[in-house]
Design a protein around this ligand. Structure first.
Ligand code: TYD
Length: 208
């Protein structure tokens, strides 16, 4: 059986990713496309436990290195638990965030550098490179305005506007470096318009 395709969604906090994933989930169910939906960090018992440590607002003393390694660790476990089995069964795997989040948030915004993040995420960047990554392009200013400020219980959302601006700049740089894989959609459009763009990209790449 042919291996399934692997698609990931990326963007700043509050960019409208969840809405698009919900629309895609409804579409894939209606069209009977064999698929799984999953998310990072998380998607399994061990990786969800790591997620709790990462996002817990009480863990303010976490170092940037520790943060990057925990995201990478959760990712390895998640690839083994959920992604590999589904791809082997020929299913479409749709993942809410993946290694580009580590590049945008940890390499660019935290300033840990692309080399270190690439080194600890070697498997994700080589063996499990997404077939297509959809980047919902919306500035953090527009995103936070939309959701009326940051979630005070979420450690990453509390990191401040300058941090999120660096995340956004990181995504823009990544999209420029890998235009074959990372496709930007304009996050300022209406959800239905964005979804039409998403479907067009997935069709063009023979993912659906
Ligand atoms: P989540 O609540 O899932 O945010 P969203 O709904 O915006 O996806 O929290 C995930 C947070 O973790 C988000 O702020 C991005 C961050 N993150 C990283 O910093 N590095 C990573 O590798 C991943 C996967 C996520």
């Amino acid at each position: 059986m042919a291996r399934g395709k692997f698609i990931t969604f990326e963007g700043c906090d509050g960019c409208g990713k969840s809405t698009q994933l919900k629309l895609l989930s409804e579409y894939l169910a209606k069209e009977n496309v064999p698929h799984i939906f999953t998310r990072e960090p998380g998607g399994g018992k061990i990786s969800e436990a790591i997620r709790e440590i990462l996002l817990n607002g009480k863990n303010a003393e976490m170092t940037d290195d520790c943060e990057a390694l925990l995201y990478a660790a959760a990712r390895m476990q998640h690839l083994a638990d959920r992604v590999e089995p589904a791809l082997a069964e020929g299913k479409l795997v749709v993942c809410d965030r993946y290694v580009d989040s580590s590049l945008a948030y940890q390499a660019y915004a935290r300033g840990l550098g692309v080399d270190f993040i690439a080194q600890i995420n070697g498997q994700a960047l080589k063996k499990y490179r997404p077939d297509v990554t959809i980047f919902i392009d919306l500035t953090p200013e527009a995103a936070f305005q939309r959701k009326h400020g940051a979630d005070e219980n979420d450690r990453l959302e509390q990191a401040g506007m300058a941090f999120h601006q660096r995340v956004y700049a990181g995504y823009k740089a990544l999209a420029e470096q890998e235009p074959d894989r990372i496709v930007a959609v304009d996050g300022n459009k209406t959800p239905q318009e964005i979804f039409a763009d998403v479907l067009a990209i997935l069709r063009e790449r023979n993912c659906i």
